[in-house]
Write a protein that binds this ligand. Structure first.
Ligand SMILES: Cc1cc2nc3c(=O)[nH]c(=O)nc-3n(C[C@H](O)[C@H](O)[C@H](O)COP(=O)(O)OP(=O)(O)OC[C@H]3O[C@@H](n4cnc5c(N)ncnc54)[C@H](O)[C@@H]3O)c2cc1C
Length: 448
């Protein structure tokens, strides 16, 4: 049996009744299916206890998928955050004041009740005992499980610098973090964002929209070092500077000064920046503590096979915490897709997750950016075509007539088509024929 679910072709948000994706704004007129593997039920499985630890998108997707395929199982979903599971990727829009809090939850409480998913919020799992198949929570509850899905996500990294414990120093991962930041940022607040990746830029934009005077410090020589090449990074830098966000690339924070609260930051270059709000956005660590303590195999994340099974056959892992074929995706759509696979398998089916090319979809200060696949190819037989204009930057990398990577900055309309081409590795002979530059490729993609 072939299993498919429909979703936004760019950010992976499941298909919905609106014309535009509520998450990334993509026109939903061209949805595409994402195969999540073949499934077949194990013989002889009856009512079971399925426990999902972590109520982010991976955990919710796992619980939902498990219920779809096992009507009878007891399904418990435990999450340490107080709120109903929500669209974490919309936190920056919430921070910018573009989205009210009511729009954040993934589903109302009733949705969980209707599916007989027992949701416990504000409660952490503090111990997992794979031998007796039990877990213990902060509220002293002991639960047994037959199968467990670990979906504990990741936690923001903070550099090992003196002074990071001072007040007015933040990270952004949770709704609670966003609410704290909103209270801390007034008009004229001198805000420093450390990290010029996707999240850092979105935070910078959000703080600027709240009246903060924002500076971004990035270690690399260009912005978005993981999602864009230097040319795209420079293009973005020009656009952000027009929005009065100061950018300092190729710089690092050396020291943090202040009393109780941060007051000044000194960079390795010696430059001093008056700072009354500091946000670190330098990456995340997988939340592997429970797995490590339980003796599961981990590296940066919890190691899983194609069925998303960990080194313990009764425990699956999905989302930001999972390391699959050396990859930790760290983004929404793979977390959701892995949640579905892990949930199905926890319900006794055999679903598999195949590696998917990384893609990024970012909107910052009205600039859209989409990148997918290999955006800094070093192989000799790769042909690259670019287009750099006032309004945008576009980059395409082809190997053996197949598209292996692309960047769209400005008009991201061809993103779904690019995603299909990169994922399928289909021949692009017709697209390439006679193309002189990136503009030709983009024009052809738009006309396709
Ligand atoms: C501000 C922000 C913006 C983002 N924007 C984008 C974007 O535009 N596009 C994109 O693709 N991705 C984006 N991401 C990344 C995306 O949100 C994550 O990849 C995704 O949320 C991962 O889902 P997850 O369920 O694996 O983990 P998480 O969302 O981290 O959820 C894990 C949950 O488990 C809970 N938990 C942890 N330990 C325990 C425990 N012991 N017991 C109980 N509960 C526990 C955590 O509190 C958390 O609620 C963004 C992330 C942030 C923070």
């Amino acid at each position: 049996m072939k299993n498919e679910f429909w979703q936004c072709p760019v950010c992976g948000q499941p298909d919905n009744s609106t014309a535009r994706c509520p998450v990334c704004g993509t026109d939903q007129s061209a949805p595409q299916s994402v195969p999540v593997g073949n499934t077949s039920r194990h013989a002889g499985d009856n009512r079971s206890e399925i426990l999902v630890v972590g109520a982010g998108i991976a955990g919710v997707a796992a619980a939902e998928a498990a219920r779809k395929f096992d009507e009878n199982a007891r399904i418990v979903l435990v999450g340490e955050e107080r709120e109903l599971p929500y669209y974490r990727l919309n936190l920056t829009r919430f921070l910018a004041g573009e989205l009210p809090m009511e729009k954040l939850p993934l589903h109302p409480r009733q949705w969980y009740e209707n599916r007989r998913i027992e949701l416990f919020t504000g409660e952490s799992v503090i111990r997992m005992d794979p031998v007796h198949k039990t877990i213990l929570t902060t509220k002293g509850r002991n639960w047994c499980y037959d199968r467990l899905v670990l979906a504990t996500g990741s936690r923001p990294a903070v550099p090992p610098l003196a002074g990071t414990e001072k007040k007015q120093i933040f990270t952004l991962r949770t709704l609670n973090d966003a609410q704290t930041l909103i209270k801390a940022c007034d008009r004229g607040t001198k805000a420093l964002v450390v990290g010029g990746g996707v999240l850092g830029l979105e935070v910078a934009a959000a703080l600027a929209s709240r009246g903060g005077e924002v500076t971004v410090v990035e270690d690399f020589d260009w912005l978005l070092p993981r999602q864009a090449n230097p040319a795209a990074g420079r293009h973005l830098a020009r656009r952000l500077e027009q929005q009065e966000i100061r950018l300092l690339c190729g710089q690092r924070v050396a020291e943090i000064f202040g009393g109780e609260s941060v007051e000044k930051v000194v960079l390795e270059s010696g430059e001093e920046l008056v700072t009354n709000l500091l946000v670190f956005s330098i990456g995340v660590h997988c939340a592997v503590e429970l797995a490590v303590a339980a003796g599961l195999k981990t590296r940066r994340g919890v190691l899983v096979d194609d069925q998303l099974r960990t080194s313990d056959p009764s425990i699956f892992a999905a989302g930001d915490v999972a390391e699959h074929r050396d990859t930790i995706y760290g983004t929404w759509f793979p977390a959701q897709a892995q949640g579905v696979v892990a949930g199905r398998n926890a319900a006794g089916l055999e679903a598999s997750f195949s590696a998917i090319p990384r893609s990024n979809n970012l909107r910052v200060l009205d600039i859209d950016l989409y990148s997918i696949g290999d955006i800094a190819p070093e192989q000799k037989n790769v042909k690259t075509l670019e287009e750099d204009t006032e309004d945008g930057y576009y980059f395409f990398a082809f190997q053996d007539d197949s598209l292996i990577g692309a960047i769209l900055m400005g008009d991201v309309t061809p993103a779904p088509r690019l995603k299909t081409l990169v994922e399928s590795r289909a021949s692009c002979e017709a697209l390439l024929k006679g193309a002189r530059n990136g503009a030709d490729i983009r024009q052809r993609l738009m006309n396709a």
